[in-house]
Design a protein around this ligand. Structure first.
Ligand code: FES
Length: 208
């Protein structure tokens, strides 16, 4: 009997730093290594990267909505784009969709190296050092190189301009291990095959 671990709806989670203070979107460093801002979502054993994406001069760049394709099955979904004052802030699952490695293996491409992507050489590609899968954070977590055949799931964010605070509101992305889609919050939304086996409880989110 498969474990019935999971959640039946997505919490709205205020993102805070390691001291419990709300993260201010306008103060999030641009192009910092993803491990500086990790948050668990939607379960307490499912880490996500918070990224403020920029250009080569570390100026934030607007991340437009984009269509992401799952190479495994050809299914497409719409990544909503970045949030924050420059629409440059995005968040992705830190669990590699190949075999489940997570940080610290998952980082931006090693400094000084460039990955060859559809948009040309880029050094800010999310790279898993377990087997070399890479993902493009500028294109909704799309697969750049195998062996993964699934994009990184995205944590969809909301930015409150009046407080500069950030919230995670749901996950979207590939369906794996028989779990129904992220876009149906009435279904089990566990996105981590290891999490299924190890157990994970919902994080506590606000209901503001
Ligand atoms: Fe990341 Fe294999 S687990 S490439």
């Amino acid at each position: 009997i498969p474990p019935s671990i999971g959640i039946s709806s997505f919490p709205r989670l205020l993102l805070v730093d390691e001291n419990g203070n709300p993260i201010k979107a306008s103060q999030l460093p641009v192009n910092a290594q993803p491990t500086i801002a990790l948050f668990p979502y939607p379960l307490n054993n499912e880490p996500n990267f918070l990224l403020n994406l920029g250009d080569d001069n570390n100026q934030p760049v607007e991340i437009p909505p984009t269509t992401v394709i799952i190479p495994q099955n050809g299914v497409k979904y719409e990544f909503p784009g970045g949030v924050g004052p420059s629409k440059s802030i995005v968040a992705f699952s830190a669990i590699c969709q190949h075999l489940g490695c997570t940080f610290p293996e998952m980082t931006f491409y090693p400094p000084g190296y460039k990955a060859i992507t559809a948009l040309g050489p880029k050094d800010k590609v999310l790279h898993c050092s377990c087997h070399g899968s890479t993902y493009d954070p500028y294109l909704g977590g799309a697969v750049v190189t195998s062996p993964t055949v699934r994009p990184l799931p995205a944590a969809v964010l909301e930015w409150d301009p009046s407080t500069d605070q950030l919230y995670a509101i749901k996950m979207m992305g590939p369906v794996i291990y028989g779990h129904p889609g992220y876009d149906n919050p009435t279904q089990n939304t566990v996105n981590n095959p290891l999490g299924d086996l190890q157990g994970g409880s919902p994080i506590s989110g606000t209901t503001t």
